[in-house]
Design a protein around this ligand. Sequence first.
Ligand code: SAM
Ligand code: SF4
Length: 472
Amino acid sequence: MSNIRTITIEERERQQDCSRRVRDWYAARFPDSVPLACVRTYGCQQNVADSERLKGMLAGMGFGFTEKAEAADLILFNTCAVREHAEDRVFGNVGALKNLKRRRPSLVVGLCGCMVQQEHVTEKLRKSYPFVDLVFGTHVLHRLPELLERVVRGNGRVFERPVEDGVIAEGLPVRRDGGFKAFLPIMYGCNNFCTYCVVPYVRGRERSRDPGLIVEEARGLIAEGVRDITLLGQNVNSYGRGEAHGVDFPTLLRRINALEGDFLIRFMTSHPKDATPALFETIAECEKVSRHFHLPFQSGSSRVLRRMNRGYTREQYLGLIETARRLVPDIAFTSDVIVGFPGETRGDFEQTLDLIRQVEFVSLYTFLFSPRRGTPAATMEDPVPAQEKAAWFQEMTALQETIAAQRLAGMVGQRRRALIESEDDGYLEARLPENIVIRTQGDASAVGHYATVEITGARSWILSGRLVTIEA
Ligand code: SAM
Ligand code: SF4
C-alpha cells in the first residue's frame, strides 16, 4: 500500500480563501489595472505542466499574463535542477532583475520548482539575492495563494521548502498554453536513483494519480478540442505500482484509448527496465497510441549502465528494441544519452556509438555529464578531460545527424497522416506521430487539423511535403 497523501478539501478551500484575499489586495492597491504575472519555465514537460497549474492559480487570483519582465507585477521562475547549465541560467536571469526590483519595489520576484528544492540553492538565494521575495519547493506548489499572500501583506521574504513527500494536489485550476496539444501528468516523483540524477531528491518518491481522475481529465481535454495528449511521468511504465486500484500503465492506456474522439496519445518517459512486452502489445492494439517511443538508454556500455544504476544491460536494451519492433513494426524510437559519465572510457563510448548505429533512433537528446550535488556520481573519479568529452560529444551528434538524415531521406515519397500544429508566413508545420516535423505550404485555417501529406524532401531533422487532403 502506498502512503500517498492527496491534499484535502479543507486545504483546497483554505487556498481559495487566500486566493480571494490576494485578488482583493491587488484590486484595492491598484484599482485601475489588472496585475500581470510573467511565468518563466525551465526544463522538462513536467515543469511545463506545473506552470500551467501555477498560471491557473494566478488567474484565480486575478492576474493577467505577460512575457515581458518589465511589465510584470510578479515574476515567477519555475526552475530545473537536472544540469548545472540550467541552474546557471536561472541565477543569471534572476540576477538581471535586481535593478528592476530597485526601480519598482512592489514587484514580487519568486522562484519555485526543482532547483529550489535543494538546500544549498535556497541558502544562496537567501544570502546573495535579497531582492528575491518568494521561494517554494516542488511539494508545496498548490500553496502558491497562501505563500503569495504572505509576501504581499509585507510579512517579509517567504521561503517554503518542506520535504513533505508523497503529496498529490488534485483539483488545481489549469491554464494551458497548448491549444490542441496538452500535457497530462499521471504520476509524480521517481524511485530509481540513477547515480547521476537529482530528480528523486527534488521530486520525492513515486506516486500515481487515481486512474479515474486521469481518464476524466483526458475526456475533458478531448471535449475542449485537444487532439494530442502527452501522459507525463518520470517513469510511466511503473504507473500504479503499489496502488490498491491495480491499474497498471498498459491498462490506463487502454482506458484512454477507448475514449471517443480523434486524438493521439503520447507518453514520456519510459524506463527500459520496466518496459514489458505487454506494453508493446497494448501499443500495437491501441490505434490512438502514438508509434513514437521515447526510451532513454543513457549509455551503450553495460559497465557504465551498472555504475549509473540503470537496472538493465546493453543486451537487454537491444533485446527490448527487437521485441518492440516485432510487436509494433512501425514503431520509431527516440532516446536520451549521456556522454562523459565519470570513468567512461573510449571503449565504453564506442559501445554507445555502436548502439546508436544499431538502433537508428529518429532523434536523440544528447547530454554531457553534469555533476549534481548529493548524487553518487558527483563524487566518482572522473579522469577524462573536459576537452576530450566535448570531442566525443561532437562525434556522437555527427553520427546521429547522419543516421537521422538517412532515415528521413528514406521517407520521401510516403503519404502520411500528420497533425498541423502551426502556420508562419504561408508555411505550415505538421507533426508525425514519431515527432518528425513536415513543412508544407498552406494557410492558417488548417492549424489544429489532421492532414495527409506527401513527403517530397528531407533534411537531417525536418521533412518537406505537399498537402494532399485536410480533414474536417
Ligand atoms: N526520467 C527520465 C528517464 O529516466 O529517462 C528522464 C529524466 S531527466 C529529467 C532527462 C534526461 O536528463 C535524462 O534522461 C538524462 O539523459 C539527462 N540527465 C539527467 N541527469 C543528468 C546529469 N547529471 N548530467 C547530464 N545529463 C543528465
Ligand atoms: Fe532521473 Fe533515473 Fe529517475 Fe529518470 S529514472 S528521473 S534519470 S533517477
